[in-house]
Design a protein around this ligand. Structure first.
Ligand code: SF4
Length: 382
């Protein structure tokens, strides 16, 4: 696994951590100690008189964890707590003679494990790993001091002629989704990986401000846009820059979408219509899905008079003529609908699903098309 191409490095580190914990807990059992108490005991032994606060800072622990483990060490008679002579609130910690008698064995347990896990790793590799790991730890420690970061995207097509009719358009992909549709072809936006490239909204804003003379529209897709209330100020920015704005949504978040629609922040909305209501659970992977949320979104868009259309990825396992006719009744006689054929690919959430042949789609179009105002077939990826 290359460091630049990892998917879940921290998950791997947590596997290493858990194995380490198991090893130590087993080896420390004869001393009635656990892995959690080990570094604290060694901190105290190596710096007799250290305070609880020093340990909290040194190990980036929370205070409760240190207090709990020191109490255990005290109860086991490995540590003695003495109040400071100058300030009774400050407690100094010392190892007892009982601890000193076992400490050499504890160090040996630690050395044995370390030698076991680093075997076959040469010194240069180890040194560079330590440097990288050290800097990651520093960044992790700094995290608590950071301001929460704002809106971020995980994909960006700076110029597209397909995102918003034929308008030159920038297409942004937002991450995370409340559904887990088996037919989803954007796995990277649903199962967000640690190492996923993040695009900060400030970078996008700078670009859009500079390119507004030839780029007139922005489409924001998901994942699910409704999961991100912080999108609102970005939409306000887009409108202030006179961009036409389109969002794609699965319709499950009526409140933000209704608010954006009422406030004139949306020019077009595409609702991903997965199936007839009776097939929604199967098509979304959510057994207790509440489709009334989608109906509320539709009502809100109609009330706000925002242009909207439905889009469906045709999947053989979920759709047939009857289902599509039922879906047409949701789209309505005055509704616009887009079909895209399912194309299996590496970015699909589930394997084993299929699209339709061109002849089958043409036949379905003949029977279902007349039930809605317009039906467009877009061939290609979702
Ligand atoms: S298809 Fe859309 S709604 Fe379904 S999981 Fe993927 S991103 Fe979410």
């Amino acid at each position: 696994m290359s460091m630049n191409n990892h998917e879940d490095l921290l998950m791997d580190i947590s596997i290493l951590y858990r194995s380490t914990q198991k090893y130590y807990d087993r080896k420390l059992e004869p001393f009635h100690l656990t892995y959690a108490q080990l570094p604290i005991l060694l901190f105290i032994f190596e710096q007799e008189g250290i305070t609880m606060q020093n340990i909290v800072e040194k190990g980036s622990y929370d205070k409760g964890t240190v207090t709990k483990n020191i109490k255990k060490l005290e109860a086991l008679d490995y540590v003695e707590v003495r109040p400071s002579a100058s300030d009774k609130r400050v407690k100094h910690l010392y190892t007892t003679y009982k601890a000193k008698r076992i400490i050499a064995q504890i160090y040996k347990i630690r050395i044995d494990w370390w030698n076991h896990i680093i075997q076959n790793i040469d010194d240069d590799t180890m040194r560079s790993f330590e440097a990288v790991y050290g800097s990651m730890c520093e960044r992790a420690n700094e995290y608590a001091k950071l301001e929460p970061e704002g809106l971020r995207f995980y994909g960006w097509k700076k110029l597209s002629l397909r995102g918003f009719g034929a308008h030159p358009c920038s297409v942004l992909e937002i991450g995370g989704c409340n559904l887990r549709c088996p037919g989803c072809q954007k796995k990277h936006l649903v199962f967000l990986k640690e190492g996923q490239k993040v695009i900060h909204s400030e970078e996008v804003k700078t670009y859009l401000t500079h390119h507004k003379t030839h780029l007139r529209a922005v489409a924001i897709e998901g994942g699910e846009v409704g999961l991100h209330p912080e999108l609102e100020s970005f939409l306000q920015f887009l409108k202030a820059e006179k961009y036409a704005v389109k969002i794609k949504t699965n319709g499950m978040y009526p409140e933000p979408v209704a608010r954006w629609a009422e406030n004139g922040l949306l020019d077009e909305v595409e609702i991903d219509l997965k199936s007839a209501w009776s097939g929604y659970s199967e098509a979304t992977g959510i057994h207790d899905i509440d489709t009334s949320e989608i109906k509320k979104t539709l009502d809100a868009l109609r009330q706000a008079n925002v242009s909207h259309r439905f889009a469906t990825t045709l999947i053989r396992e979920f759709h047939n003529e009857d289902v599509l006719k039922e879906m047409a009744s949701i789209v309505g006689h005055d509704g616009h609908w887009v079909w895209r054929n399912y194309e299996p690919g590496a970015n699909a959430i589930e394997e084993g699903l299929h699209g339709f042949s061109k002849a089958e789609i043409d036949a379905l179009e003949q029977t279902v098309g007349p039930l809605v105002k317009t039906l467009a077939i877009e061939r290609g990826a979702q």
